[in-house]
Design a protein around this ligand. Structure first.
Ligand code: FMN
Length: 183
């Protein structure tokens, strides 16, 4: 797949099944994340790969968060089920480095670029994915369970697998004139 075709036609896939990337496929995805643009070469990120028992553990963690936040049974069930929407999830944590001239926002953006790079590396290899977030990214129970430090920020949960729908809706590009000006 040519790079321009990938960037112009990529779609997120919310319905994902097995197989998930493995072996070299997963290595390439993680390597693409590591190659995200990064001011100061801080590599201010950490990737937590979950599959199999890892997904079960994540499900229990989200459920625990719903229980501790007294969100009610409906939310608890939603939390329990959410991780099973894909056979693999990569949580991307921005590990913001303090006392450097690189502002925190640049480091968080760099971690976000890593999410997108990993998603594109998955698509380029015939897999699909979707970048998800939600209130869990800010939740102290979830953050502690995933080993986040005080300054860390979860920038996303990248759900990966094989798209269930082989022919996703065609991409229509919005009118550029509303988004672009020439100075
Ligand atoms: C930071 C960030 C967080 C997102 N969180 C969610 C989410 O929690 N749930 C969701 O359905 N889509 C979320 N999205 C949007 C999807 O990843 C996706 O871009 C969107 O469904 C549009 O589909 P497309 O990528 O095919 O254009 C998020 C995107 C970003 C950049």
């Amino acid at each position: 797949m040519n790079a321009l075709e990938l960037l112009l036609n990529r779609r997120s896939a919310s319905r994902l099944t097995t197989p998930a990337p493995e072996g070299n496929e997963l290595e390439y995805i993680l390597a693409a994340g590591m190659r995200a643009p990064d001011h100061g070469a801080l590599r201010p990120w950490h990737f937590v790969v979950m599959q199999g028992e890892g997904i079960d553990k994540f499900s229990k963690l989200l459920e625990k968060s719903a229980i501790e936040n007294a969100l009610g049974q409906e939310v608890e069930e939603k939390a329990r089920n959410a991780p099973y929407r894909a056979p693999m999830i990569i949580t991307v944590i921005a590990k913001v480095v303090e006392n450097t001239k690189i502002p925190a926002w640049e480091q968080v953006v760099a971690a976000g670029c890593a999410v997108h790079a990993m998603q594109m590396a998955a698509v380029a290899q015939g897999f699909g994915g979707i970048w998800r977030s939600g209130s869990w990214t800010e939740d102290p129970v979830v953050k502690a369970g995933l080993g986040c430090g005080e300054n860390d920020k979860i920038v996303g949960f990248l759900y990966l697998g094989t798209p269930e729908l082989r022919a996703p809706a065609k991409v229509t590009l919005p009118d550029l004139t509303n988004f672009v000006s020439y100075f």
